[in-house]
Design a protein around this ligand. Structure first.
Ligand code: ARG
Length: 600
């Protein structure tokens, strides 16, 4: 990061990490002013906020509650504060200070303040150097994707993949050491039926062509046959027993099926540019379940109930009667058991300080009980439990208001969805650029198609259901990937047209003057705070909304202010605004898992 040079103010000289730091510094200045104004600082609190840009950049609101308590005039208190603030040379050199309404103090930063900030944050590394303090030293395991194996992924699987990947990238950007773990469902009852059918009805060439499709067909066939015929059901059970007791043939078949599944999944993950470090699925924990029973019983947390081993959480109304079943009455382990073992493994093996699991909201109860149980268990055994967050999301709906389905009523295969998006993007891009080479068209269409699907999934608040619409997600207008990709490509073209590289001699810039310049500079500065709230809430839509707004503010600037002008000072500062807008768009999109394009 370059050293700030525009002013000698303390606000400039201290390393400024983000917007909140600026506000914190104002807090300090306001308190000093209150002392000098002889206010009673044991009851005065400055209450500094970022302000609505129409009124200023920051607001000091503390005069009102203070005056109310002392039953005096708030405007008078504000006046006393302002006269002290104006005497503070450090502050007066960066901001214009005024009083509004009954006693709000507004600060508007002077234009060279913004220029200095933009000059201090001029590369991705500058941003990262600040952001990386947020999760410095943290090791986070993110469990996402996590489908059940031997089945196709359908449209419902996209959310965990896309939201999980964005969370990983955000965490990494903020300094965490991230482990991407795909906790596949690769164990359990479906294998009996699958193996029964596999041994009798396998279509080798279909398996080569589309392994997940063929495995899914076999599983469905096995289920149907078992449904129709009790003798078949019995044979399926025997297959399962062989697998569970570790018979070598059964294990070999299971390994083969698993490898085929993972290969099939990887094909789609590659297309989405998502890459896992581990596939530690349910089966990986099957020999760790005894330890779970044992420890939870010894800790006095688990008890027998109707033949099962369960954990009650009587302090929670919801779980007082509905216990967490950790061993079924037939003696078998279940989803809860493997998840308990998983939490322990992530602590012991990965030394995780945080664990994040991304699934749909139907698993809310399960993870709430997992959270409660592991908290008590780890506390009783003297372990520090990683901070645990279940990141939930809602459903994708069709235009009939029901969860989306294909025309035949089957779930839409994820693979088909992504390829359809690419095809549709191809048609749109070709129409816009009839002279582009086939290769370039293909490459752009792939990026646009994949990004559009991802962005449609990230831009609504993850807690709500959203309605899937091809028209909307591929539109070049509105809060969509094509719009943002286009905005970024357009800025690149400004540089191309000007024959200017993105490296400019920034020392030639003069201070911002126009309203649009100031608005854009302010908007760019918001990114650091936006990253912070996105990461605190693990809600990527906050970042999406911001990028959309940034693109809009950029457009307003670009329409109002000519960039390539003769005056070198003006041209340079406007090019700086262009370059930083592009930089922030690129950083933001890449944190959403979206690649930008040079042209489109
Ligand atoms: N396989 C599960 C499913 O398809 C999701 C697993 C999530 N991760 C976990 N540790 N339980 O619903």
């Amino acid at each position: 990061m370059r050293l700030l040079s525009h002013s000698d103010s303390l606000l400039f000289r201290l390393p400024m990490q983000n917007w909140f730091d600026v506000v914190k510094k104002l807090d300090f200045h306001a308190l000093e002013a209150a002392k000098r104004a002889n206010l009673d600082t044991s009851i005065f609190s400055p209450d500094v906020h970022p302000a609505d840009p129409r009124f200023g950049d920051a607001q000091i609101n503390g005069a009102l509650p203070y005056a109310k308590r002392l039953k005096t005039n708030p405007r008078e208190i504000a006046r006393q504060l302002v006269s002290q603030l104006e005497r503070d040379t450090e502050l007066a050199s960066v901001a214009e200070i005024s009083i509004a309404g009954p006693g709000f103090i507004n600060l508007r930063f002077k234009s060279d303040f913004f220029l200095s900030w933009l000059q201090a944050f001029s590369t991705e590394e500058d941003f990262q150097a600040s952001a990386s303090k947020i999760f410095e030293g943290e090791r986070v395991v993110v469990d996402y994707g996590s489908p059940n194996t031997a089945k196709q992924m359908h449209v419902g699987h996209i959310r965990s993949i896309v939201i999980g990947e964005s969370i990983c990238r955000l965490l990494e950007f903020c300094g965490a050491d991230v482990t991407r773990d795909n906790h596949i469902g690769d164990w359990g009852t479906p294998y009996g039926k699958l193996f029964y059918a596999y041994k009798r009805h396998l279509d080798e060439s279909a398996l080569k062509e589309d392994p997940l499709g063929e495995l899914e067909r076999l599983y469905k066939l096995g289920s149907q046959l078992a449904n129709d015929d009790d003798a078949v059901l019995e044979e399926c059970r025997e297959e399962l027993v062989k697998l569970q007791s570790g018979e070598s043939d059964a294990i070999a078949l299971w390994e083969r099926v698993n490898q085929l599944s993972i290969d099939g999944l990887t094909e789609i993950y590659d297309l989405l540019d998502v890459h896992f470090d581990h596939y530690l699925g349910e089966s990986f924990y099957r020999d760790q379940v005894e330890r779970v029973y044992d420890e939870l019983e010894k800790a006095g947390l688990a008890e027998e109930s109707e033949g099962a081993l369960v954990v009650f959480h009587p302090e929670h109304k919801r779980y007082a009667k509905q216990p967490f079943i950790i061993r079924k009455s037939d003696g078998a382990s279940n989803y809860a058991t493997t998840d308990l073992a998983t939490m322990l493994y992530r602590l012991e093996h990965f030394k995780a300080t945080r664990v994040i699991i991304v699934t749909d909201d139907r698993q809310k109860d399960h993870f709430e009980q997992l959270d409660l149980t592991t908290k008590k268990w780890f506390e009783k055994t003297g372990r520090s439990r990683p901070d645990f967050r279940h990141v939930m999301f809602g459903k994708i709906m069709g235009d009939d208001g029901k969860p989306i389905k294909s025309r035949s009523g089957d779930p839409i295969r994820l693979k088909d969805l992504v390829y359809e998006s690419i095809d549709r993007a191809y048609a749109i891009v070709k129409e816009k650029n009839p002279h582009m080479t086939e290769e370039e068209l293909r490459q752009i269409a792939t990026t646009v198609g994949v990004s559009a699907i991802k962005y449609a999934d990230l831009s609504p608040n993850r807690m709500s259901n959203y309605v899937f619409s091809w028209e909307k997600l591929l539109s070049f207008e509105g809060n969509t990937a094509p719009y943002l990709l286009y905005a970024a490509a357009r800025i690149q073209s400004i540089f191309r047209k000007a024959g200017a590289s993105t490296k400019i001699d920034e020392s030639k810039a003069t201070a911002f003057e126009t309203e649009e310049e100031m608005a854009l500079a302010r908007k760019i500065m918001e990114i650091v705070g936006i990253l912070q709230s996105t990461i605190e809430t693990l809600r990527p839509h906050i970042l999406c909304n911001y990028l959309f707004e940034l693109a809009g503010v950029f457009s307003a600037f670009y329409n109002a202010d000519k960039v390539i002008v003769d005056d070198i000072g003006i041209k340079t500062r406007r090019l700086i605004l262009c370059q930083r807008s592009l930089l922030v768009l690129k950083i933001g999109l890449s944190l959403l898992g979206i690649k930008t394009l040079d042209r489109m």
